[in-house]
Ligand binder design. Structure first.
Ligand code: PLP
Length: 418
């Protein structure tokens, strides 16, 4: 299948993130926390399709909501009740979010938030942090995985990124308030917003240090800039209220995607009503043919319904924490250096590190080759992992999948030292 794909699809994949993940697998179906490949092998899935499948595949409540909507219409390009229902549901669970705007992907939602911030402040410059991913657009795909000699300078990630398209993107190391303060001092009255993942999920699930997120928000307020939290990964994952609830912080804007619609294409920008005044005043615009498409909204409402049940987040956190501890213990028993970071529902393993990194720079000394060996050994045991060390836990993982995973990890670790 891969050979056939290579003929008609460049690299045979639909996203560069999926390139070079070997062996190349083709999947036939997913069910709950399991994926089945075309050869009939079953895998316990910890990729969650890079995050969206927080309630697994083939969930009866999502299937029912989507099927019901399919019979009523695929898309309207116009207003309908599900928009109001989802906006009301989101604003009831996301602290400080009074209004939401719908769109389709995380990349798009980030751009929408940047535009709102720029229109509001009438400034052009934006700040992002090294190692953070905010989608594939030219203005934010900057210093995503910089090499050591690129640290400290805004650097493109791939070809086709003209310098003028990221000329207004400033970059700082994360978890370093002084560095951000310096940027504000060096660019007085010019910074529209600061964009951050609330926990650095895209580079090792680094956790924010005490007071750091609030520090970003305070610095933005002090300098008339907008704080934008990219909750594409943390949203509806670390808590139903996302990072706002989990860390107890209220940024000006937050961006949601992935988990919010349980695998359907859906994203949103949320914030205080005031943040959207620039739309009401016609100072800017937001558009998209598929924005608010009812099938996706039906999936999102069903997903949030499932996630809102008693104990769902406690179980995901406990599952992830138990797994992290077990993996650390197994590594120690086998004399392998391994640190883990991040909360239960999304965490990263760091082979070759004694302590969790505090930002992107700390991940540069990871033993990536050892993780790759571990990932392939786990695959042979029927456990599907992402290539970058990140593990996603979903609401449909069970004590049985936990047991099987721990057993598999024991065997995989032994292979690493043999
Ligand atoms: N922001 C973050 C934090 C992400 O992790 C991603 C994707 O992984 C994006 C934005 C882009 O989202 P999408 O792939 O839906 O465009």
């Amino acid at each position: 299948m891969y050979r056939r794909a290579l003929v008609r699809i460049p690299d045979g994949v639909s996203s560069s993130m999926r390139k070079n993940v070997s062996p190349v697998l083709y999947f036939e179906r997913g069910d709950g926390p399991f994926f089945f490949d075309v050869d009939g092998n079953r895998y316990i899935d910890y990729t969650l399709a890079w995050g969206p499948l927080i309630v697994g595949n083939n969930h009866p409540a999502i299937n029912e909501a989507v099927s019901r909507q399919l019979a009523r219409g695929y898309t309207f390009g116009a207003q309908h009740g599900l928009e109001i229902a989802l906006a009301e549901r989101m604003t009831s669970v996301l602290p400080g979010v009074e209004q939401v705007l719908f769109c389709n992907t995380g990349s798009e939602a980030v751009q929408g938030a940047l535009r709102l911030a720029r229109a509001r402040t009438k400034r052009d410059k934006i700040v992002k942090f090294e190692g953070h991913y905010h989608g594939w657009m030219n203005n934010v795909l900057v210093s995503y995985k910089p090499s050591p000699d690129q640290l400290g300078t805004p650097s493109p990630t791939c070809g086709g990124q003209p310098q003028h398209e990221y000329a207004d993107t400033l970059v700082a190391p994360w978890n370093d308030l002084q560095a951000l303060e310096d940027l504000f001092r060096e660019n007085p009255g010019e910074i529209a917003c600061v964009l951050t993942e609330p926990l650095l999920a895209n580079s090792g699930c680094c956790m924010p240090e005490e007071g750091y997120l609030q520090g970003i928000i305070d610095l933005c307020r002090a300098h008339g800039a907008v704080s934008v939290f990219d909750e594409v990964i943390t949203g509806f994952r670390v808590a139903l209220g996302g990072a706002r609830a989990f860390f107890g912080v209220l940024p000006d804007l937050s961006v949601y995607a992935k988990a919010m619609a349980g695998g359907f294409t859906m994203a949103a920008i949320g914030g205080s009503a005031e943040m959207f005044d620039v739309l009401r005043n016609r100072e800017t615009m937001h558009a998209g043919t598929y924005n608010g498409s009812p099938v996706n909204l039906a999936a999102a409402l069903a997903t949030l319904g499932i996630l809102g049940a008693e104990g769902v987040y406690d179980r995901m956190h406990a599952y992830g924490d138990t797994l992290k501890q077990h993996l650390a213990d197994e590594a120690r028993r086998n004399g392998i250096l391994l640190a883990a970071s991040g909360p239960g529902p999304v965490f990263s393993l760091h082979f070759g590190l004694e302590q969790a990194p505090r930002n992107y720079t700390g991940t540069l000394s990871l033993d990536k080759a050892l993780y790759e060996k571990f990932r392939v050994a786990m695959l042979q045991e029927g456990i599907l992992l992402l290539p970058d060390g990140r593990w996603y836990i979903g609401a449909t993982h069970t004590p049985e999948t936990l047991e099987l995973t721990m057993e598999a990890a024991g065997k995989a670790m032994k292979q690493l030292i043999s």
